[in-house]
Ligand binder design. Structure first.
Ligand code: CMC
Length: 436
């Protein structure tokens, strides 16, 4: 980061002396005012719940221009990555900063494949869960438990440990998500098949059984690979910030990623794809397209607490480029599977059309986000709704681990420790119980 020629001056109406604050510029995007010495100079904190105006770190991984609807991984537009590269190349890019050539890609993919199996003991741990446990509950437990199985990659301050943990996490997440699914339907776990692609292997572990051969459909393989690529990283969102904050204490990489999984579960974040499909199913069950107007009135009613799931984004205020790519994949998958007349897809299109023209959504700059269509694609492929967020977690692991490793290698990194504006009681004394 470069020191800007501009300086910010903070003055006070109570006569306290003004303070000059340095301003830094990134390569693109807004400048930042450096307030690190503010408390020392003024005895005051800044107040920014929800981090609406706070850059929590410097990062060279992902850039989003929310007004333009632009998403870049290491400078490359998501549109080019999604159409010209696969998820393995994207993982390499996020972790090491460059797109691999043919040989590097082959050796990276081989390294990942070498780590796809999980310790056999993991399945006994998994079997401790109820069959109807939510897959994200299982994933939070399993990912954290990796630290109990892979002791040679738990030292976050050791670069070699971090490297092995990164590969292990990327390699084992599909295995764990598929195991959580197989367990829920009572089918045997399928071991990874290393002659398949990363996406193809995931489909195999999900849908193959030991009884008959399973052939990966290339359209579905491409769709899954694209879902992975589109979800791989997204700058300092809630789960990534959770991973960074958790990792800042020096905990092991598996524990930090498990914290990210837990955060992603929420419906305002990764859980939105599941919530979006549930919303579509509920509208469909209550009368389908004819009920869209009624539903939209509920969404616009402040007292109803109903949201149009899959719409709106903290950063994108024009359009979410991932949503456009996901809609394209949605068309491709539905056509390949002969589901063009899928009623939920038609319903989603009807909701989108109304929302894009309605002043409530237009004035608040609410557009479809990636989750609006990703659920329809996954449902068409046969993935149960409850597993959607687990698949998001699988994909986001690449970004989480890249961000975690970037933080640990940053000489300016410190344990994260926000402060607060205290609004509770000042000091008071405990009275004897009889007189309280
Ligand atoms: N439906 C109806 N109204 C909405 C919606 C929505 N989906 N999203 C925002 N609004 C309204 C909100 O009520 C507020 O109205 P007002 O100004 O009258 O109070 C205004 O728009 C601004 O919303 P906000 O809550 O201040 O915006 P935010 O930046 O804090 O929230 C969000 C962003 C994604 C949490 C929110 O838009 C939302 O809950 N969307 C639905 C859930 C969803 O699809 N999440 C997935 C995000 S993309 C995947 C990911 O990256 O995790």
């Amino acid at each position: 980061m470069k020191l800007s020629d501009t300086k910010a001056t903070l003055s006070f109406s109570n006569g306290s002396p003004a303070v000059e604050l340095p301003v830094y510029s990134g390569n693109i995007g807004p400048d930042v005012i450096d307030i690190r010495k503010l408390y020392g100079q003024t005895g005051m904190f800044t107040y920014d719940p929800g981090f609406l105006s706070t850059a929590s770190c410097q990062s060279a991984i992902t850039f989003i221009d929310g007004d333009k609807g632009e998403l870049l991984y290491r400078g490359y537009p998501i549109e080019q990555l999604a159409t010209q590269c696969d998820f393995m190349e994207t993982c390499h890019l996020l972790l090491y900063g460059n797109l691999p050539g043919v040989e590097t890609k082959a050796s990276f993919a081989k390294n990942v494949k070498y780590h796809t199996m999980v310790n056999e003991q993991m399945q006994f741990f998994l079997r401790g869960f109820r069959r109807d446990a939510h897959p994200m509950a299982i994933m939070t437990g399993l990912v954290g438990a990796l630290s109990a199985f892979y002791h040679d990659s738990t030292d976050i301050n050791n670069a070699a440990h971090r490297e092995v943990a990164a590969i292990r996490l990327i390699a084992k997440m599909p295995t764990l998500v598929a195991m959580a699914y197989k367990y829920s339907v009572g089918q045997p776990f399928m071991y990874p098949k290393n002659d398949l692609s990363y996406a193809g292997n995931f489909l195999h572990m999900m849908f193959a059984t030991p009884c008959e051969p399973y052939v990966v459909n290339p359209v579905i393989e491409r769709a899954i690979d694209r879902i992975f690529t589109l979800h791989a990283d997204h700058e300092q969102n809630a789960s990534t910030s959770t991973v960074r904050l958790c990792g800042s204490s020096g905990t092991n990489p598996f524990a930090a990623i498990a914290a990210g999984v837990a955060c992603l579960w929420g419906p305002a974040h990764g859980g939105a794809n599941e919530a979006c499909l549930q919303m579509l199913e509920e509208i469909q069950a209550s009368g389908g397209i004819s009920k869209v107007g009624e539903f939209m009135n509920q969404v616009k009613d402040k007292n109803s607490n109903v949201k149009l799931m899959g719409f709106g984004h903290r950063v994108y205020k024009n359009y979410d480029p991932r949503a456009t790519l996901m809609q394209e994949t949605c068309n491709e998958v539905l056509e390949a599977l002969g589901l063009q007349d899928d009623p939920l897809f038609k319903l989603a299109k009807a909701l989108e059309k109304i929302a894009l023209e309605d002043d409530y959504f237009v004035s608040r700059k609410l557009y479809p986000n990636v989750d609006f269509y990703s659920g329809i694609v996954q449902r068409a492929i046969g993935i149960p709704v409850k597993l959607f967020t687990g698949i998001f977690a699988l994909a986001r692991t690449a970004g989480w681990i890249a961000q975690l490793n970037e933080m640990i290698s940053d000489p300016e990194y410190k344990i994260g420790r926000p402060r607060q504006l205290f609004t509770g009681s000042p000091r008071r004394d405990v009275l004897p119980i009889a007189s309280r």
